[in-house]
Design a protein around this ligand. Structure first.
Ligand code: CA
Length: 473
């Protein structure tokens, strides 16, 4: 009998050890931060000691992209592991495919219910899941985080809100502070601090089982709203620059609190931590800086779509290292899912890949030889180290990034063959997407073909390829 009990004990022990092996996952997500605006990214003005320390313990990705240079679509890509244009989520805060109603933040613009989110995937692996902060991928009840794979929610459904509690809440409930589902109750204190406290509470509660915390700070998105004590730390800065520095300091402090809690609970070794940001800094609006990259939030230059990105996983990834090839935030879903023991061969229709074998050097190739972006009529394609950007109002341009990170030298006339190939590849990809309704009204195919005709006329050349017409919607 004793012997049997011993065997049962050993089996249950081995099960519990096995169960504990699933890593916890904490995604620290910033909003509208400048590419350069962290110590670990080279800033001399910002004070970010906790994130700098995390960067030293992490792999720093030198060419990490988001799927869109604005908040909503970028988040929709990350959340589903695929190009969000595949399900029509192409716009940020404007009526279109998702809704015909004009509004600043439209409640009907959400990730379609048929799409699985990163929360759904992690729940399948028996993770405790929670979402903190800014949601912005659907304000209507049916899109609520608690209906999209997250056990818990503490934050707001919309795209921007005050950092201090509203004395008089705005008309639209989307940006009210919500605790759980439908329980609107403003927080006390400064929101960036509060989101850290709520995350810590969730971590403590779930310390003995695998958890996934998506910590979606609205820092450093507008409104510029900082604590006086944080502003006082930057006596040499003025205006928005001072405010964004103070808001970034608060963001760093909040991340530090969460990181320290993981350490205190002995969870550090078995937790994957990612810090990244949803799109490039809107330099005019929040005083952020994207240098040395050109461009800002909302455009397809590197400054709009390349973001700081660090990943720590003590058991699997080398600390204080870098990864040079392009990756995308849509890689997070398969990376986390696989880390949690998920079988990626059963995940269909995503564009992301598990990054771990690439970072570890088991995979020598690039995770993505080609990446695409598209919004309205604008688009971009990165192929290898070449990047083509299609503008709404002037001919497309071609850049070679290793020599021209700032995208100043257009090589389209020097490399006509490559230019043509990449243009065609971008266009062919677009033909596989769901199209916004407003474009259908204008006859989307004709719209782009007309523009292409004009373009080639200007170039005094003829394209050597034909577009497909009459694509079925
Ligand atoms: Ca944003």
């Amino acid at each position: 009998m004793k012997y049997i009990l011993f065997i049962l004990f050993t089996i249950s022990l081995s099960f519990s050890i096995k169960a504990q092996k699933k890593p916890n996952i904490v995604l620290l997500f910033a909003d509208d931060a400048g590419y350069t605006d962290f110590g670990f990214q080279g800033s001399k003005e910002m004070i970010t000691p906790h994130l700098d320390k995390l960067a030293k313990e992490s792999v720093r990705f030198k060419q990490a992209y988001v799927t869109d240079p604005t908040c909503g679509p970028s988040r929709a890509g990350l959340m589903t592991g695929k190009y969000q244009q595949r399900f029509g989520f192409e716009e940020n805060n404007v009526p279109g495919f998702m809704s015909s109603v004009s509004a600043q933040d439209n409640a009907e613009m959400g990730i379609p219910i048929k799409e699985k989110t990163i929360g759904n995937y992690m729940k399948e692996l028996n993770y405790a899941t929670a979402f903190f902060g800014k949601w912005h991928v659907g304000g209507a009840d049916r899109f609520h985080p608690t209906k999209r794979g997250f056990d818990e929610f503490y934050g707001f459904r919309g795209g921007a809100r005050n950092y201090f509690a509203y004395k008089k809440p705005p008309k639209d409930k989307l940006n009210w502070l919500e605790q759980g589902f439908g329980n609107y109750q403003e927080h006390k204190g400064y929101l960036t601090d509060v989101l850290a406290d709520e995350t810590i509470h969730f971590i403590e509660k779930n310390k003995s089982k695998p958890f996934f915390a998506f910590v979606s700070f609205n820092a450093v998105h507008t409104p510029m709203d900082a604590k006086q004590e944080d502003l006082d730390k930057f006596p040499n800065l003025t205006g928005k620059r001072k405010e964004v520095a103070a808001m970034t300091l608060a963001l760093d402090r909040a991340c530090g609190k969460i990181l320290n809690k993981l350490k205190e609970l002995g969870l550090e070794e078995n937790t994957i931590i990612v810090f990244t940001n949803d799109n490039g800094g809107p330099t005019d609006k929040n005083g952020s800086i994207n240098e040395p990259l050109s461009g800002t939030k909302s455009n397809h230059l590197e400054g709009g779509i390349r973001v700081p990105f660090i990943m720590k996983w003590p058991k699997k990834l080398k600390s204080n290292s870098t990864y040079k090839y392009p990756i995308s935030t849509f890689d997070l879903l398969p990376t986390f899912y696989r880390a949690g023991g998920g079988d990626l061969t059963k995940v269909k229709g995503i564009d992301g890949v598990n990054l771990v074998p690439y970072v570890n050097g088991e995979e020598k190739n690039r995770p993505h030889n080609v990446l695409f972006w598209r919004k309205d009529g604008r688009g971009a394609i990165r192929k290898g180290d070449w990047k083509l950007i299609r503008f709404p109002d002037r001919p497309a341009q071609l850049f070679y990034l290793p020599n021209d990170e700032k995208e100043l030298s257009d090589l389209s006339t020097q490399k006509p063959k490559l230019f043509r190939e990449m243009y065609k590849e971008l266009f062919n990809w677009e033909l596989t997407l769901e199209r916004p309704r407003w474009m259908l009204k204008k006859s989307y195919e004709k719209y782009d073909i007309d523009r292409m005709d004009k373009y080639w006329k200007k170039k005094k050349e003829k394209p050597d390829f034909k577009f497909k017409k009459n694509i079925k919607n």
